[in-house]
Design a protein around this ligand. Structure first.
Ligand SMILES: NC(=O)c1ccc[n+]([C@@H]2O[C@H](COP(=O)([O-])OP(=O)(O)OC[C@H]3O[C@@H](n4cnc5c(N)ncnc54)[C@H](OP(=O)(O)O)[C@@H]3O)[C@@H](O)[C@H]2O)c1
Length: 403
């Protein structure tokens, strides 16, 4: 039976008063305490309940004293609601980067107080990590009312979407839009991170067709922000390329762990073959973050009071030639490096529908040559949170070094 042991209701209060309501127990086993009953019904009679609680608090009546062991009320003065995430839903958290983010959040529960649920199209066991659990709640992304029911039931304030899949229009556009629309009618909702976790879609979608599907939700989020400037935030989390792809082909006994939860394929560098397939002359930068560190960064970002429109993070940024040199140094051997012109890469693109995935990778290589992957913003999240990400040499030495 799922139980929020600490149910916090905040930010729903009239302009100048922010109320945090701490409740000792709230369960779905039918034995609801007074506080949980209030929590469950606040959507319909919010202002009335808070007014009542405020009055109770002011009077310090004997009735309030009687409930002291069950709950306490804290009132602080503030103009803006607290934006720090307290009840987080990770859509697609059973997936690849999604699972890393859920694990990052569960680990961060040792330092911060918040609750996590994972949204999934199917029933699955809880995700357990670092001694904490996140329940997996089945949803239908095509049914806004069912999404709304779940978000409301868990009083979600923050949605992190890590959805991906095909058809891409359905996942990135329809499912994410439905999620946002459903959330907008949930009183506790105030933060949304769409499925980005790469390089700014707006920057590379000219070359990378798939990423055009990521654009409509960004436009929708900007519109919501305009309508709700003080009570809504969104952020595009960008991390470059997952560093874990440098672990492809590792044959050590624990070598599969080099990939984390990610799919196994080489991207530009294939250390198992001591080779590199480089777009252009190799002098363009490549932006790497390890998936485990993305999870840590995102988890810490949920505890920031304010979200900037972009939250960029990096493990390390190097030119591709610098990565070749590091690979050769760590592996102790020269690499077979092929430099590809734009024309050579364009010739690899196939019109066959079954080549969509292969085309996606080639398009991303062309985007590098065209400067669409050039880094245009500072890595602000590295400065905003206390996460020490792994660098490329450290990663290579861990998985390919001679130790
Ligand atoms: N930076 C990089 O190097 C890099 C590499 C890969 C991906 N990415 C980005 O990271 C994000 C997540 O990618 P990923 O590879 O981690 O995702 P993924 O594991 O392939 O998918 C995430 C989840 O999406 C849900 N899903 C799948 N098909 C769906 C559908 N038709 N409708 C609704 N939900 C569906 C699934 O969850 P349920 O089955 O539980 O519902 C799945 O576990 C994407 O934005 C992607 O572009 C970045």
């Amino acid at each position: 039976m799922f139980s929020w042991h600490r149910l916090m209701i905040s930010n729903m209060y009239p302009k100048d008063v922010k109320m945090t309501y701490l409740c000792a127990t709230s369960s779905r086993d039918g034995k609801r305490s007074l506080p949980s009953l209030l929590g469950y019904s606040y959507t319909t009679s919010l202002s009335f309940i808070f007014s009542l609680l405020y009055a109770l608090c002011s009077f310090k009546s004997s009735a309030l004293e009687a409930y002291k062991p069950a709950f306490s009320i804290r009132i602080t003065q503030s103009r803006k609601p607290i934006m720090r995430s307290q009840r987080i839903a990770v859509a697609g958290g059973t997936g690849k980067i999604g699972r890393h983010i859920v694990e990052g959040l569960l680990e961060a529960k040792h330092r911060h107080s918040f609750e996590i649920i994972v949204l999934s199209r199917s029933q699955s066991p809880d995700i357990s990590y670092a001694g904490f659990n996140a329940p997996v709640i089945p949803v239908d992304y095509q049914d806004q009312s069912s999404l709304q029911k779940v978000l409301n039931e868990f009083q979600i304030d923050t949605i992190i979407s890590t959805l991906a899949g095909r058809p891409a229009e359905l996942v990135y556009i329809t499912s994410q839009e439905n999620l946002l629309r459903a959330a907008l009618s949930v009183p506790s909702f105030r933060r949304f991170a769409p499925s980005e976790f790469a390089i700014e879609s707006e920057q590379i979608s000219a070359s990378v067709n798939l990423y055009q599907n990521k654009l409509p939700i960004i436009q929708s989020l900007r519109q919501v922000k305009q309508q709700r400037p003080d009570s809504f935030e969104f952020s595009l989390f960008e991390c470059g390329v997952f560093m874990n792809y440098l672990g492809y082909g590792n044959t050590r006994p624990e070598g599969h762990k080099a990939h984390g939860h990610l799919a196994h394929f080489p991207y530009i560098f294939d250390l198992s073959k001591r080779s590199a397939d480089i777009p252009g002359d190799g002098e363009k930068e490549i932006w790497y973050t390890r998936a485990e560190d993305v999870g840590k960064f995102v988890a810490e970002a949920t505890q920031l009071e304010t979200w900037e429109e972009y939250n960029n993070m990096a493990g390390e940024i190097l030119t591709m030639n610098e990565v070749v040199r590091l690979c050769e140094d760590v592996c102790g051997t020269e690499f077979n490096v092929k430099y590809n012109s734009r024309e050579e890469l364009a010739a690899r693109i196939s019109p066959a529908p079954e080549k969509a995935r292969a085309n996606f990778f080639v398009e991303s290589l062309i985007a590098i040559i065209d400067g669409e992957c050039d880094i245009k913003r500072p890595m602000n999240l590295n400065k905003l949170v206390n996460v020490q990400p792994m660098g490329v040499r450290q990663y290579l030495e861990q998985w390919w070094g001679s130790h």
